[in-house]
Design a protein around this ligand. Sequence first.
Ligand code: E4P
Length: 220
Amino acid sequence: MELYLDTSDVTAVKRLARIFPLAGVTTNPSIIASGKIPVDVVLPELKEALGGNSRLFAQVMGSHAEQMVADARKLRAIISDIVVKIPVTAEGLAAIKILKKEGIPTLGTAVYGASQGLLSALAGAEYVAPYVNRIDAQGGDGIQTVKDLQQLLKLHAPAAKVLAASFKTPRQALDCLLAGCESITLPLDVAEQIITTPAVAAAVAKFEKDWLAAFGVQGL
Ligand code: E4P
């Protein structure tokens, strides 16, 4: 499977790249905007923080295919192997088709429905990103959407992968993985929660306390 962080925080990526088996980093316009660092600065910094063999994802702006395609070329000029995120709107689908012909890999994003996601894969997107928590927040079923999308891709667009996104809890991510999802992107707080369970810290502290009481040293 591929595990990504959904962030543009370079310091956090450096820290977590040491700990997690990361495949790379995903971003979106809101994430980049929150850091207030322009893409031509932050994307190379993220790439360097990740080290070799990792994938970066960044999103185009604009509501017309021509502008999305122009933005995609700009992003590729900044990072030559970046995967370009395209919202799966009518114009976005047109942009994905053009970029496929140009050999630029894309991810269909802002996916709230399985058929919408399938269309982006059929247009040529390499990844499709269903928004699990946002679907749940609308009264839908994010995990079921992921399952439906996976089944649709398997049947009709087997070259494309689900990259599940928009998580608020580790449980949502776990349910996606149990459903067979092959790639996920986690926001920093959810990634941190997975490795900072209070019970684990308490168990390790008790081992240390018992050892110290018996032998007077902390190491073996
Ligand atoms: C990924 O493609 C999305 O940009 C992102 O995961 C959305 O997450 P949010 O719902 O937490 O904003």
